[in-house]
Design a binder for this molecule. Structure first.
Ligand code: AMP
Ligand code: MG
Length: 359
């Protein structure tokens, strides 16, 4: 982008006290501008979803490929009808159970949704966020807000306002600082235009949770395929390298002791070569890396392997912190892939550029 914008940064702690900030942000959206704001999943970069020019500014600010559609955020169910051709029965059931919350549904789009918002597709992704600031902003804008994650394309999603400031300062009109997000992973995306409904991106709402309320649900096979397998994902965004730190990131899976031994050996080698080295581990294993730490490696405890939500919460922050420290080689352990583990490993696999080594 050539012209720098003076980005307004405002904290919102109490919606009653800070209503003027939300009003100002709403006005910016209505007038076709861009606002960064917190949701319960990650920070979003918002624009009027019905204004093609405004949506185009999102792509420019993020450096996002134009075939990668945006999610339209609504603050109440009544906003949905205008955006879609029909609401299938199963979608109604899911909305009743999981909205507001970290679940995005794909519908056939109505005329009012510009293709500039949907990456040229005839479908539209819609979500109602479980975050008071986000919903207040949508109310104040009086329009659905198209918002992808607020990172530069390819970078980890922002989970605190500082990450958004790092990526978007000078590129967008305003950033609302609402503190740290609750979850730290993007929403589960479910395509409701096919039968059975299909998960296009795993997230906090797991396949099992969906099945409990609507029966059969399947995964888009591309989610777990390597890029060279040439399976095209139904969510265009899932094909891009994503969430990547700048350093060389590899992950090791297998027997616990072997994993620790291999990581220790590889990392020690890089330390000897004078490189900056980091290791991502859990509360359970961090003590095992004490020798490496003494050699100068940065050992980061990402969370508790028995509480995967703690790992989800810290994931992007940890990757960004390595960037800030200039870490050149990052080694990580893999996580079990049940429940939330699928979403975590989906993001980590991409962050590591599919560089997962079995030991
Ligand atoms: P982000 O908000 O940055 O997490 O990106 C939104 C994700 O939703 C991307 O992976 C998109 O490809 C996906 N998405 C948005 N709209 C659609 C749609 N109509 N059909 C399929 N995937 C979509
Ligand atoms: Mg994103």
């Amino acid at each position: 982008m050539d012209t720098k914008i003076e980005t307004i940064i405002e904290k919102v702690e109490d919606l009653n006290k800070d209503s003027a900030v939300i009003e100002k942000a709403g006005r910016i959206i209505r007038e076709g501008g861009l606002v960064g704001f917190p949701t319960e999943t990650v920070y979003g970069l918002g624009a009027d979803a019905l204004n093609e020019e405004a949506a185009a500014k999102i792509y420019a600010a993020k450096g996002r490929p134009s075939d990668n559609p945006l999610i339209a955020h609504i603050s109440n169910i009544s906003m949905l009808d205008n955006l879609v051709q029909e609401v299938p029965e199963k979608a109604k059931v899911l909305m009743g159970r999981f909205w507001p919350g970290p679940m995005t549904l794909i519908f056939k789009k109505s005329e009012v949704v510009p293709k500039g918002t949907t990456g040229g597709l005839e479908t539209v992704a819609v979500r109602m966020p479980d975050n008071d600031i986000a919903r207040a902003l949508i109310d104040a804008s009086r329009t659905p807000i198209a918002a992808p994650s607020g990172n530069l394309s390819g970078k980890p999603s922002p989970t605190i306002a500082e990450h958004m400031i790092d990526d978007m300062y000078g590129r967008i009109d305003m950033i609302i600082d609402g503190g740290m997000v609750g979850m730290g992973l993007e929403s589960t995306i479910v395509d409701m235009t096919c039968e059975p409904p299909m998960i296009l991106r795993p997230g906090f709402i797991t396949k099992e949770m969906l099945r409990e309320v609507i029966g059969e649900v399947e995964y888009d096979k591309a989610i777990f395929a390597k890029p060279d397998e040439n399976v095209r994902p139904k969510a265009p965004g899932m094909k891009y390298r994503h969430y990547a730190p700048s350093g060389d990131f590899s992950m090791y899976e297998g027997d616990e002791e072997k994993v620790v031994a291999v990581i220790t050996q590889k990392a020690a080698q890089k330390l000897k070569e004078g490189k900056k080295v980091g290791v991502i581990t859990t509360y359970q294993h961090c003590d095992l890396y004490k020798p490496l730490e003494q050699m100068g490696a940065e050992i980061i405890t990402i969370g508790d392997e028995n509480k995967l939500e703690t790992i989800a919460n810290n994931l992007y922050k940890v990757l960004r912190d390595f960037d800030k420290k200039g870490t050149e080689f990052i080694y990580g352990e893999t996580f079990r892939e049940d429940d939330l583990g699928k979403a975590i490993m989906n993001r980590l696999t991409k962050a590591a550029g599919y560089n997962i080594i079995s030991v």
